[in-house]
Design a protein around this ligand. Structure first.
Ligand SMILES: [Zn+2]
Length: 72
């Protein structure tokens, strides 16, 4: 039973690291609101660019800003 939990935690770690690497490799994802029909100029979510930063990338920049402000 314990080995199953270890395996589960290991899988979670691998998935998390893969996602972090994915976010660092391509921080910009397609806008979910207007991407299916191409970039929409009136889209407020991406301000018409059709590109949005991934949630992981937003978290990364958020924590980086906190770190920078805290160590100044
Ligand atoms: Zn959009």
């Amino acid at each position: 039973m314990a080995s199953a939990i270890v395996l589960l935690v290991l899988c979670l770690f691998i998935v998390t690291f893969c996602y972090i690497g994915f976010c660092l490799a391509s921080p910009w994802g397609r806008c979910a609101r207007c991407a299916p029909g191409g970039a929409n100029r009136t889209c407020r979510a991406c301000s018409g660019t059709g590109m949005r930063p991934r949630i992981g990338w937003q978290l990364w920049t958020y924590f980086r800003r906190i770190h920078r402000d805290g160590t100044r």
